[in-house]
Design a protein around this ligand. Structure first.
Ligand code: NAP
Length: 267
């Protein structure tokens, strides 16, 4: 018996830039490997479809949905499509997030607004529109992707990103307390340095010569700062998501799982 047999999971941000492996994509695949049927939602249908093809190739069941999670009508439509396809939703994994560099003085108002707009609505809107279904069924699991950057300054000024990721922790705790009487659990995952297309993209943006980046050397430098001695992979995040989605976590709500190889212990 797989751990999520009979369950349906809606995973947002389940595609990934340029065919790479992101946290949402890996989570959709791992949840499917544990038996869940998957609604893979992404901004771009082709990216979500690629994730579904990987799931189907392993014998799983998945449907791709295109939606912008900051647009309420698109989120409502996506939730309705998922319910129409599979008849139920048991797990909502809010994975969408964007990253912009900048400190308190040099962040632009436009960047600030976009971070708040995307990162906060990415947890609020899908949750708002899945909850009525969870309340009807007296059960449901919400897992939000925050970041260890939501806890403390990590050495690079990302003030807008870090503030929104900190807010996701607060949102999750409030949600857990409010919805526990309805049988709904809510937790957050706080990844550290995870090798994903988004992480590589931001490194390239900061570099004067992106083509000259020596990724292996960079990984070795990063690994030296990580107590467990390696950069994280999207599978590390996905495995935490599987646990939080499983019955083994049935008494766990309103908390955070840090997936950072020990970085936040040392900072
Ligand atoms: P990723 O590979 O870029 O995956 C994010 C996915 O979300 C992309 O497919 C992206 O589409 C999609 N997306 C962006 N905006 C969207 C929107 N408005 N509506 C629907 N889909 C949207 O990034 P990742 O590194 O896996 O990050 C996933 C989550 O992990 C984020 O919340 C991030 O903050 C968090 N996290 C990452 C790290 C890390 O080191 N990578 C560390 C801590 C936390 P496009 O590619 O088309 O934009």
């Amino acid at each position: 018996m797989k751990r999520l047999e009979g369950k349906v999971a809606l995973v947002t941000g389940a595609g990934s830039m340029n065919g790479g492996m992101g946290n949402g994509k890996a989570t959709a695949i791992r949840l499917a490997q544990e038996g869940a049927r998957i609604c893979a939602l992404d901004l771009h249908l082709a990216a979500a479809e690629e994730t579904c093809e990987l799931i189907r190739a392993e014998g799983g069941s998945a449907v791709a949905l295109a939606a912008d999670v900051t647009q309420e009508d698109q989120v409502q439509t996506a939730v309705a499509q998922c319910l129409s396809e599979f008849g139920q939703i048991d797990i909502l994994q809010n994975n969408v997030g964007i990253l912009k560099t900048g400190g308190a003085m040099d962040s632009t108002v436009e960047d600030w607004d976009q971070l708040v707009h995307v990162n906060m609505k990415a947890v609020f809107l899908p949750t708002k529109h899945v909850l009525p279904h969870f309340v009807d069924r007296k059960a449901g699991i919400v897992t939000n992707i925050s970041s260890i950057a939501g806890l403390r300054y990590l050495g690079t000024p990302y003030i807008g990103y870090n503030a929104t990721k900190g807010s996701i922790i607060s949102f999750t705790r409030n949600l857990a307390a409010e919805m526990a009487p309805h049988g709904v659990r809510a937790n957050a995952i706080l990844p550290g340095f995870i090798d994903t297309p988004m992480a590589r993209d931001i490194t390239e943006q900061k570099s004067e010569d992106p083509d000259a980046i020596d990724w292996d050397a960079l990984d070795r430098q990063r690994a030296e700062r990580i107590p467990l001695g390696r950069v994280g992979t999207p599978w590390d995040v996905a495995n935490a998501a599987v646990f939080l989605s499983s019955d083994e976590a049935s008494y766990i709500t309103g908390t955070e799982i840090t997936v950072d190889g020990g970085v936040s212990c040392r900072v």
